[in-house]
Write a protein that binds this ligand. Structure first.
Ligand code: ADP
Ligand code: MG
Length: 237
């Protein structure tokens, strides 16, 4: 079976800065893959290329058997690419449930159906009790969960999580880890960016390390954390 996601020789240049340099990665169906690396390694840029926010300067992106390199973000979302943003982009003046309805409307144009889906996702993500409060009244950990809920409401095949566990207390991070496992158990493939290795390594099936825009190492989490190249990339961080 082919991979759900594949990037082939992807480059992203911002003027003279090379943010992604010949990046070829693949994510298999049902996997949880961690994309890690020091700050500025190019992780968020790669997410933007996969989600279709930016077209790559060079290279191609395949999703679910289709070349999506030039497909707009909204259309990729329709095909099943769901994502969160590193900088939380919830609509602060809207309620929690309305935020999730925005996601659900991608699949259900009937408002009643979208609302039902939103409540189902709030239940799944542990936010049901907060459905009617304003997004601005959520604590940071709940805002992260709302981002995940909104992405889940689009019914993705691939969920892209950008640093959703970063900056949380250990207890909150464990709740987040449990949620990611639960997501995968429903059959959704997960590609997650995290800066802090200790949080993601116990969770992922495979880790890909980016450094200076390039794939440095990839493999089983236990091998990756011990790799001298990875250790020195993080020491220089
Ligand atoms: P990471 O998510 O791994 O911390 P990013 O992908 O955000 O890294 O950034 C990689 C590099 O690309 C950084 O040097 C960053 O400053 C640069 N960069 C990211 N987005 C842009 C942009 N839109 N314009 C110019 N430079 C950018
Ligand atoms: Mg980033």
């Amino acid at each position: 079976m082919t991979a759900l996601l594949e990037t082939r020789g992807v480059w992203q240049r911002f003027g003279g800065l090379v943010a992604n340099s010949d990046v070829s990665i693949s994510v298999g169906r049902g996997e949880i893959v961690g994309l890690i690396g020091p700050n500025g390694a190019g992780k968020s840029t790669l997410f933007n290329l996969i989600a279709g926010v930016l077209p790559p300067t060079q290279g191609s992106i395949l999703f679910d058997g289709e070349d999506v390199t030039h497909m707009p973000a909204a259309e990729r979302c329709q095909r099943g690419v769901g994502r969160t943003f590193q900088v939380v982009k919830s609509f602060e003046t809207m309620t929690v449930v309305d935020n999730v309805i925005v996601g659900a409307l991608v699949r259900n144009t009937v408002m009643r159906e979208a609302r039902r889906k939103a409540h189902e996702v709030l239940e799944f993500t542990g936010l049901a009790a907060r459905a009617d409060v304003l997004a601005s009244d959520l604590v940071p950990a709940e805002k992260r969960r709302l981002e995940v809920a909104r992405a889940l409401a689009t019914e993705p095949k691939l969920l892209l999580l950008d640093e959703v566990l970063t900056g949380l207390t250990p207890t909150e991070a464990q709740t987040g880890v449990a949620l990611v496992r639960k997501v995968r158990d429903t059959g959704i493939t997960v590609l997650m960016v995290e800066h802090v290795m200790e949080i993601v390594m116990p969770l992922v099936d495979r880790a890909i390390v980016l450094d200076l825009g390039k794939v440095l190492v990839e493999g089983k989490p236990n091998d990756v954390v011990r790799d001298p190249k990875v250790i020195s990339a993080y020491l220089g961080d």
